[in-house]
Design a protein around this ligand. Sequence first.
Ligand code: PHE
Length: 455
Amino acid sequence: MEGDNVARRDSFGSRLGVILASAGSAVGLGNIWRFPTEVGNNGGAAFILVYLCFVFLLAMPVMLAEFVIGRGSKANTVGAYRALAPGKPWIVAGFMGVLGGILVLSFYSVVAGWTLHYTFQSIGNQLTAGQDFGAVFNDFVTNPWKPILYQLAFLLMTHFVVSRGVERGIERFSKLMMPLLLLIIVVLVCCSLTMSGASDGLRFLLRPDFSKMTTGVVLSSMGQAFFSLSVGLGCLATYASYFKKETRLVSSAFSVCLIDSMVAILSGFIIFPAVFSVPGMAPDAGPGLVYITLPHVFNEAFAGWPLIGYLFSGLFYLLLLLAALTSTISMHEIATAFIHENYHLSRKHAAVVVTLVCMVLGMACSLSFGPWADVKIWNRGFFDFFDFLTAKFLMPLGGILITMFVEWYLDRRFVVAQLTNDGTIRVRGLRLLLFLIRWVAPIGVGIVFLNEIAN
Ligand code: PHE
């Protein structure tokens, strides 16, 4: 079966496609919506510093391990373990990834749906001054059907790209959208830095406050690094199964980590100068920041130049939308590739199955903000439970298993051959990387994970 797959497999056409698609997976709501809020609340530059250490010392090794598994097997996450460790229990890590991908997509598409709604609202000039944006947001998310419609529309957009295949769908879309996304970021950062609150905003974001770095904060910054880089679920292993044999795994992983961290920090450069330009706005408003605080900020800060305010707000929500879409595509792909290859269903049909499952689970997540607020699993609504199960449980556990599999189970020569393209390229710091994958990543993540479980 695996031999068949190799012959029939789609692949990324270019190196740029590899980097942009993987960066597309990484850059998402986690960067633009969650990261700035966490930085603002948790010690500014001190948090950024700790976060960057986690990105390069823990998350990047996991990403590399995923790349090795994916390209080394040329199969979906479950097929990969089946090919590399036939008959061994490692395959559980593959199934965890498929399940995790579906669960993440189900709750993530709720927020992506809100973003789609806010993009339309903003383009249609509906987010005008004089409204109570808190009440507007609350009315929307608790409505029994409106947010679901937007969520379903968003899932259909994801479905459309995924079902077109890797090169014609995912790669082409990422090559178009990622440059646009980066351009929007540059425009918004420039605009934000000219605002009256720029220096206060940057001070809030960058002032290092080590007193806030409690154990809890350190742990949550690791969770954030994992989520933001999409590692632990085999999402990047699935993408890597479409890499060509010339693709350089180490430099690609490094580029993705760099792009992702840059976007996260620049998002803070967009949001906080704007927030600090309007008196009385709370920069630590949490998840409501983007949907409640910002519409107000866009109106007030640009009261004298409504056209600029209109463009700024439209571009901001469009940015969030594109970032979310390139990420949901990668979540969808984990399960689509698995069903397509494992059950010999056509790619289009496999994608339909995944979309339908996520629609059903996703609706439950959306309803947990409204009519189903009282339905609890382990004391959490559907949305919170799925979030918890993936970000706190499946992703770190997956990270531990993936790195252990690569460094403890696979033959060292196989791993080195993958990282050096069969010895044809020289990789600087190879020994250090192998050390990180073998010891630092599984132990580091293990400590954080156990701590979470103990709590
Ligand atoms: N990395 C994405 C973000 O930052 C989320 C994601 C998680 C994508 C898991 C794929 C898999 O928003």
